[in-house]
Design a protein around this ligand. Sequence first.
Ligand SMILES: [Zn+2]
Length: 164
Amino acid sequence: MATGGRRSTKFALDAMLGSLARKLRAFGFDSAYYKDATDSAILSSCARQGRVLVTADRELAARAGKRGLSALLVSGQSDRARLLQMIAASRETGLRLTRGEPRCSVCDGRLVGLAAVEARKKVPESVAGRHRLFYSCSNCGRVYWRGGHWKKLRSLEALFKRQP
Ligand SMILES: [Zn+2]
């Protein structure tokens, strides 16, 4: 996969936003998900790693703002609504959303191309027969292919492509 100089926007998501974190990773945003961390720990990570906080917690977003950290407040019921809020909020604040290569939705690791012959040892036969392109996570080893789930994600990913 291409590894250009272009750095993707990095996000940090709090415990309520696990499914949104998985989608953002698939879209190519380096996204840390903090399931059990305290608010202070999340804010420290944002400061240290240059991550933009994504949260539904108004108070936490305000704390981030006081520390000079970027934060996007989302309140929607669906990930689609949350993504639209993120895009709108980033436009308002002048934050540029830069996507990189798709990442592992489970662990945020980098995906690398996987030879079909190797992939066939690791995926169900029905999948191996129907797909040519495979990727594996350089961190956890999970194998990905462009199946039905990927197609569903594409309709959400398109929201970012409409950005100017
Ligand atoms: Zn992984």
